[in-house]
Design a protein around this ligand. Structure first.
Ligand code: KG4
Ligand code: ZN
Length: 332
């Protein structure tokens, strides 16, 4: 079977999503329901509220995605779902739904690591992206530099020793009173500000291993805000520049450590940030490498990337038993 049809489910954080993707990279349909309004009053994702919302919306998204694609459940070759890492209540909702569908339709189940979904997402829209590639995976929960050698084959070169980059964006948004979700709001505020206005640290820049640290930067933003002398756009722009400088320096080092790679790739929610994309594109060009970033909608959480990672796994001969566990932590 060269082009299997995969139904993918994502529910590990605050997006509920279902997609139908073929092994030849055709995205037949993708549906996504965000939960922004439900979490906004709390300034961040409340796990219990997220899990309940997934339960309520998921069945209609499955029906809708099948209808949009014009296929029936029996036409699907395998059911893929995020099995971790993430907020465990939400992960369980998606995984149990996938198990029920697999059981009802007598189809194989593919348990997908959410990080693998992000890591392989650039290959869904770029058929020419060949292994190995250097991946900067920057999301709300993770900040890693990986050499991607193949499906299930990852060499981790660097990771964060405290916060993830997206977390730093979200916390900065909270300090600056920009609300939730933070990343896009900080980016918008930064457009109006001066990136050189506020002196902020670049943690771990220049150190010999390509790790990250953002906790100190977050505290520095809080101090700058409390000092009351800088405007919100200036703090946002200076913060964003500091993050970009850290990502760039660490990625540059990882490129030297990774050995020959086919491309520099960025994925995960923070890859939606235009300043981050622009800086990495420049780094790739300076090294004579291709730069690949998924379209914005594929950077943040979605089910097409889960269906695609499921397709890659399924085509490589992998499937999982129906008693496979949901995992809150699951390093790649
Ligand atoms: O990949 P993702 O949707 O969920 C996780 O797996 O974590 O990433 C969400 C993270 C959030 O921290 C969000 O603030 C950040 O990605 N993000 C951004 C932007 N869009 C989303 N950060 C900076 N600039 C953006 N435009
Ligand atoms: Zn994610």
């Amino acid at each position: 079977m060269s082009t299997p049809l995969i139904l993918g489910i994502e529910s590990s954080c605050d997006e509920t999503a279902v997609a139908l993707v073929r092994g030849d990279r055709t995205i037949l349909s993708h549906r996504l329901a965000g939960q922004e309004a439900a979490h906004a009053p709390y300034g961040g994702v409340v796990p219990e509220i997220a899990a309940r919302a997934h339960v309520e919306i998921l069945p209609s998204l499955v029906e809708g995605a099948l209808a949009d694609a014009g296929v029936k459940l029996t036409d699907v070759d395998a059911i893929a779902a995020t099995a971790g890492p993430g907020l465990i209540g939400g992960v369980m909702v998606g995984l149990v739904t996938a198990k029920a569908l697999a059981l009802a339709a007598n189809k194989p189940l593919v348990a997908v690591n959410h990080l693998e979904g992000h890591a392989l997402s650039p290959r869904l829209t770029d058929p020419d992206l060949a292994y190995p590639y250097l991946l900067l995976l920057v999301s709300g929960g993770h900040c890693q530099l990986l050499r991607v050698d193949g499906v299930g084959q990852y060499r981790r070169l660097g990771t964060t020793i405290d916060d993830a980059a997206g977390e730093a964006f979200d916390k900065t948004a909270k300090v600056l009173g920009l609300g939730y979700p933070g990343g896009p709001r900080v980016e918008a505020a930064a457009m109006e500000g001066d990136a050189k206005a506020v002196p902020l640290p670049r943690p771990l820049v220049g150190t010999p291993d390509p790790h990250f640290s953002f906790a100190g930067l977050k505290s520095a933003v809080l101090r700058a805000h409390d000092a009351g002398i800088h405007s919100t756009p200036d703090i946002a722009a200076s913060f964003q520049q500091a993050v970009v400088d850290c990502l760039l320096d660490r990625t540059k080092l990882a490129l030297h450590l990774a050995g020959p790679v086919s491309a520099l790739v960025v994925a995960g929610g923070v890859a939606a940030n235009r300043a981050v994309r622009g800086a990495l594109e420049g780094l790739a060009a300076a090294n004579g490498l291709r730069f690949v970033a998924p379209p914005l909608w594929l950077c943040t959480d979605n089910a097409a990337m889960i269906a695609w990672a499921g397709a890659e796994r399924f085509m490589a001969g992998h499937s999982d038993p129906l008693d496979v566990a949901a995992r809150p932590r699951w390093p790649l």
